[in-house]
Design a protein around this ligand. Structure first.
Ligand code: NOJ
Ligand code: MG
Length: 534
């Protein structure tokens, strides 16, 4: 029987995984865009921070219409980011530093520049080339210009684009990201090869983009839309509000056939060794449907967006914890927690911004890091970065270009490493990188925060160091404690966690104070603060 508690094999089950958004982490060549050698040069920062792994967003050949989530060649590196040999160097250096490497896999759609899509356009209606995608005609009896159904793109506007010969192709995202037809056996075969390609290069895992997509209801019927609603599925928040999780009719998402794909991938990963993993980005509608992706013979983990979508409320946090643990327990998967990523408004800003948003962000992080399972961190949160208000002329997110609504650029601003003005040592270049950095970031750089008492960076380092002592030994049971309506409190092993979501200080329970998200004295925990006690 496998010992799931062995960190050497099942390292991801209690890992802290740091998300690197390639374009914005570190630039090696001065073009203002982050790249693979840039990441390699900054790996010591991740080792010092104390994370276990990094997940790198797509760096494959791509016209960059969705910043790499539009892949033209799954087996090569975009020249913007380096070469295959740079990727090998990155993996080797990370392993030397004891860091695992997770790469992004984008199986729901390709770029329109992928050779398959180019061949599909050239070959015309009814061809085997078109059958790798979802090409359809205008419905019979409908006026020309009527798309095959009422689905909308996650990025706004219709999910169908018409080509010169009159056929339409489906794209749940940008029109440059045509959806593949996963019922065509060539498609799963190609992706199994891609998995093997990267496993052979030594990567430790995959983050599966849009893992709940892939299959659409075969009829491609209209979506039933509630009155006043829109025929779309909220996935990416574009308006600084969080997406609604009311149950909806979703014939384009979370179809039962998708699980057969993950069973096959499980076998491919196993061939490479028991220590390779995959984590699903699956915006499913319930914790139970999320758990289906992490059954023992499927993927290993799924992002738990419920944690990120939760309002600042002790009761809401408690509900998410209880529901999440209850959902993954029957399938034996380890839970995951995440507060920010490259698709959502940074959590310091979501929690109100400024000193209060930062206090809450640190407190929520401390509570998260004590929970069983894995925490996924997003680059820059260890610096306390806020969402940036990117000027309209600098916005590049395809969702902004399609809808005119503020997109995701504000959480993708390049990381400030040092210095007192842009590019804050992001790279050797002068002046602003691909998205301009704010003028007031000098005090937030890695250099400025290193060794500075009370800095967010030193807080993260201390929390990750303390977590190491118990992450693998404190067990998976969480006992919720009642310390009042505004307080989230739980015990896990010998650690007691208290998060005060209210404004008034609350008395701390008995125990030695290990760490707090803000200064604590007199046995009371201030509002918007969390503490670990032993
Ligand atoms: C989810 C990714 O996180 C997001 O950035 C991307 O735009 C969509 N999937 C489409 O690939
Ligand atoms: Mg560069």
């Amino acid at each position: 029987m496998a010992d799931l508690n062995d960190p050497r094999t099942y390292w991801w089950r209690n890992a802290v995984v740091y998300q690197v958004y390639v374009r914005s982490f570190a630039d090696s060549d001065g073009d203002g865009i982050g790249d693979l050698p840039g990441i390699t040069s900054r790996l010591p920062h991740l080792a010092d921070l104390g994370v276990d792994a990094l997940w790198i967003t797509p760096f494959y050949t791509s016209p960059q219409h969705d910043h790499g989530y539009d892949v033209a060649d799954y087996r090569d590196v975009d020249p913007l980011f380096g070469t295959l040999s740079d990727a090998d160097d990155l993996v080797a250096r990370a392993h030397e530093l004891g860091l695992k490497v997770v790469v992004d896999l984008v199986p729901n759609h390709t770029s329109d520049q992928h050779e398959w899509f180019q061949a599909a356009l050239a070959a015309g209606p009814g061809s085997p080339e078109r059958a790798r995608y979802l090409f359809r005609d205008t419905p019979e009896g409908k006026p020309a210009g009527t798309p095959p159904n009422n689905w909308e793109s996650v990025f706004g506007g219709p999910a169908w684009t018409q080509v010169d010969d009159g056929q339409w192709y489906l794209h749940l995202f940008d029109s440059t990201q045509p959806d593949l037809d996963w019922r065509n056996p060539e498609v799963p075969a190609m992706f199994e090869d891609v998995l093997r390609f990267w496993l052979d290069r030594g990567v430790d895992g995959f983050r599966v983009d849009v893992a709940h997509g892939l299959f659409k209801e075969a009829s491609l019927r209209d979506q039933i839309v509630a009155e006043g609603g829109r025929a779309s599925s909220g996935q990416v928040n574009t308006d600084h509000s969080m997406v609604s999780r009311d149950l909806k009719d979703e014939p384009m998402w979370d179809q039962p056939e998708v699980h057969e794909v993950y069973r096959a991938w499980h076998r491919v990963l196993d061939e490479a060794g028991p220590d390779r993993m995959a984590v699903a980005e699956a915006w499913t509608q319930t914790p139970e449907s999320m758990a289906a992706f992490v059954r023992p013979d499927e993927l290993d983990q799924a992002f738990n967006f419920a944690w990120l979508l939760t309002d600042w409320s002790a009761e809401a946090f408690a509900t998410v914890i209880t529901d999440t643990l209850a959902a993954v327990e029957p399938v034996g998967a380890s839970p995951t927690w995440v507060l920010s990523n490259h698709d959502v408004v940074r959590h310091v800003t979501r929690y109100g911004g400024g000193a209060r948003g930062l206090a809450r962000g640190r407190a929520a992080t401390l509570a998260m890091l004590a929970l069983p399972g894995s925490s996924y961190l997003y680059q820059g949160e260890e610096l306390g970065l806020e969402q940036v208000d990117v000027a309209p002329e600098d916005r590049q997110d395809p969702s902004y270009l399609r809808t005119g609504e503020v997109g995701r650029d504000g959480c993708r601003v390049p990381i400030p490493w040092g210095g007192s003005e842009a590019p804050y040592a992001f790279g050797p270049g002068e002046g602003q990188p691909w998205i301009p950095q704010p003028e007031d970031w000098a005090s937030l750089t890695v250099d400025a925060q290193t060794g500075a008492e009370g800095s967010t960076l030193e807080f993260y380092r201390a929390a990750l160091a303390a977590r190491r002592d118990f992450a693998w030994t404190a067990g998976e049971d969480v006992e919720m404690l009642d310390l009042g309506a505004d307080v989230l409190a739980f015990r896990r092993g010998h650690i007691t966690v208290v998060l005060n979501c209210g404004e008034a200080p609350v008395p701390l329970p008995a125990g030695d104070l290990l760490l707090a998200s803000a200064p604590v004295d007199g046995g009371e925990l201030p509002g918007d603060t969390a503490a670990w006690l032993r």
